[in-house]
Design a protein around this ligand. Structure first.
Ligand SMILES: NC(=O)c1ccc[n+]([C@@H]2O[C@H](COP(=O)([O-])OP(=O)(O)OC[C@H]3O[C@@H](n4cnc5c(N)ncnc54)[C@H](OP(=O)(O)O)[C@@H]3O)[C@@H](O)[C@H]2O)c1
Length: 301
């Protein structure tokens, strides 16, 4: 894989993020194979993926589909929720992948290690994406945020592979950079996301109400998360995180909160659970996280 090649890219989980990236890469001229269950695969094969996006326009892109990866590809993007990851990975046999990059877009910090036990460790290249994109029906994607930014990383991955994929993603639409430090990249997102997701979901309130009515709790949680991030080798800037929350529109909801509202499984273990496990490993107190995770679990999540 080199820059400017026409790539063959598999996308496991063509939902809010996977569907958006599949459609953008297809529109840019790459060969895209979406891996999904029977019904979704059939729908996408018939109708393509329709994207509605203020940033990228409204368009329909054709994609190939399959229920399992059966041929070598340049990269396999993984965009299922953490709760569906194990089941979904059965569609990507390690032998079919060849030397392909495995690029998970999941939120959280633990999935890269899990993927490296299954696939070539030096081909697992985690990505962080900042965007708000929703699969409103199979093959129907609404990209609502006026931005889509990807940070691609992977400490053991040869830099040329990362650069080539970043070039293809960037040319297709999302602003894409390659970052050197995998731990810092993943924890930067986690530090912002965990307090936002846990508190909006726990209180069933949008960010505007959380940051005013539950300011003290938000501040404690942000500081706690920053301390865990620092202990793990990630960034720690609680004041900056709070300033970012304050800059968002007051009605902003987290995707964990939307999942709770819709009765879907939450990525609670991948976010809150992972934070607690990291805190425990490094002996960092995390009482606010522990209480929130415990209460969300007790509420049946
Ligand atoms: N959406 C966002 O704006 C956003 C932003 C940043 C990060 N993220 C992260 O990105 C990840 C994906 O989130 P998302 O919102 O894109 O999820 P999503 O819209 O729910 O899409 C997940 C996709 O996975 C598919 N899937 C589920 N189980 C599968 C299986 N066993 N085999 C194959 N496909 C399967 C679903 O298929 P069906 O269509 O058939 O149900 C769906 O298309 C999460 O970790 C999330 O936290 C999301």
């Amino acid at each position: 894989m080199t820059a400017n090649d026409r790539l063959t890219v598999a996308v496991l989980g063509p939902g809010g993020i996977g569907g958006l990236l599949a459609a953008l890469l297809s529109r840019a001229g790459h060969r895209v194979i979406c891996l999904a269950g029977d019904d979704t695969a059939k729908t996408l094969r018939t109708t393509g993926i329709h994207v509605r996006s203020g940033l990228f326009g409204d368009f329909t892109a054709d994609v190939e589909t399959d229920t399992e990866l059966r041929e070598p590809v340049d990269a396999c993007l993984i965009a299922v929720k953490a709760t569906a990851l194990d089941a979904a990975l059965t569609r990507v046999p390690p032998t079919a992948l060849g030397d392909a990059l495995v690029v998970p877009f999941l939120n959280g910090v633990e999935h890269p290690e899990a993927l490296r036990t299954r696939y070539r460790p030096d081909r697992v290249a985690p990505a962080v994406i900042r965007a708000e994109s929703t699969r409103v029906a199979p093959g129907q994607i609404e990209h609502a945020s006026p931005f889509a930014e990807i940070d691609l990383t992977g400490d053991p991955v040869p830099r040329g592979h990362l650069d080539a994929l970043a070039q293809a993603l960037g040319a297709a639409g999302p602003t894409t950079r390659v970052l050197e430090d995998e731990t810092a990249t993943l924890w930067a997102k986690m530090s912002f996301l965990a307090p936002f997701a846990l508190l909006t979901t726990h209180h069933a309130l949008p960010l505007g109400d959380v940051r005013t009515r539950h300011r003290e709790e938000l501040t404690s949680l942000v500081e706690e998360t920053a301390a865990v991030s620092r202990a793990c080798g990630g960034p720690a800037d609680p004041a900056q995180a709070l300033a970012r929350y304050d800059a968002f529109p007051p009605g902003t909801k987290s995707s964990m909160q939307r999942d709770a509202e819709a009765g879907r499984p939450l990525e609670l273990d991948a976010i809150g659970g992972a934070l607690l496990r990291a805190a425990e490993r490094h002996g960092v107190p995390a009482p606010v996280t522990a209480r929130l995770v415990g209460e969300l679990k007790a509420a049946g999540h």
